[in-house]
Design a protein around this ligand. Sequence first.
Ligand SMILES: NC(=O)C1=CN([C@@H]2O[C@H](COP(=O)(O)OP(=O)(O)OC[C@H]3O[C@@H](n4cnc5c(N)ncnc54)[C@H](OP(=O)(O)O)[C@@H]3O)[C@@H](O)[C@H]2O)C=CC1
Ligand SMILES: N[C@@H](C=O)C(=O)O
Length: 206
Amino acid sequence: MASGNSLAGKVAIVTGASSGIGKATGLALAKAGVKVALAARRIDKLQEVAKQISENGGVSICVETDVTKRDQIKVLVHETITQLGPVDILVNNAGLWYYSLMQNQMEDLWEEQIDVNIKGLTNCAAAVLDGMIKQGSGHVVNMSSDSGKKGFPGLAVYTGTKFYVEGFSQTLRQEVCKFGIRVTCIQPGDVTVEDREKTHPDPRVC
Ligand SMILES: NC(=O)C1=CN([C@@H]2O[C@H](COP(=O)(O)OP(=O)(O)OC[C@H]3O[C@@H](n4cnc5c(N)ncnc54)[C@H](OP(=O)(O)O)[C@@H]3O)[C@@H](O)[C@H]2O)C=CC1
Ligand SMILES: N[C@@H](C=O)C(=O)O
């Protein structure tokens, strides 16, 4: 354990760790000495991140997880505790966004964003709470967005999901601070990620 580093030796789950902000967070936490459970649907991408972590002397596991599936989240938490130890940190990062004007009625895209950004984030937070309450400590880091602070045309549903993240985080914080659990909300602005085209699939939907 590196001295003077309060993160070293801790255990973190990072959802959406297969690319972008989640991947960068997983790498950064591992570099700081955190044992990281990398979660996302694309196991091949997670394994690439894990390889990078182990080449740099870090510790991680990969758990194929779809955060819209509660049973898979339970397996994620179980595998993390079994292989790495009790969960100190959850980086609730998995999320996606699609630009589309409401008038274009892209119902499937709305539902996907609601399922991942709202239900997935809620279920992941819920799955680690019990353990954190029992151990009297923990940190839930919820990924919001600048879209969690103001609306952007073309992002009505996405913005709605991130306003949810803000409201959910504020309330959760008030409920669990008495157990020594911290809840943080992060609002990145525009961050260039490798899969930008995937989340912005077709400018014609705008
Ligand atoms: N990039 C930006 O400008 C900003 C991003 N954000 C937020 O940051 C977070 C990360 O996004 P970003 O890094 O940019 O985008 P990426 O597309 O690079 O990453 C999204 C991650 O979410 C994962 N994911 C998507 N759906 C699911 C699912 N059902 N189950 C599990 N994992 C899932 C993806 O993994 P996989 O496909 O393998 O499952 C991927 O790892 C999001 O919450 C986003 O809203 C906030 C503000 C700005
Ligand atoms: N703010 C970003 C998403 O959260 C975006 O501009 O796409």
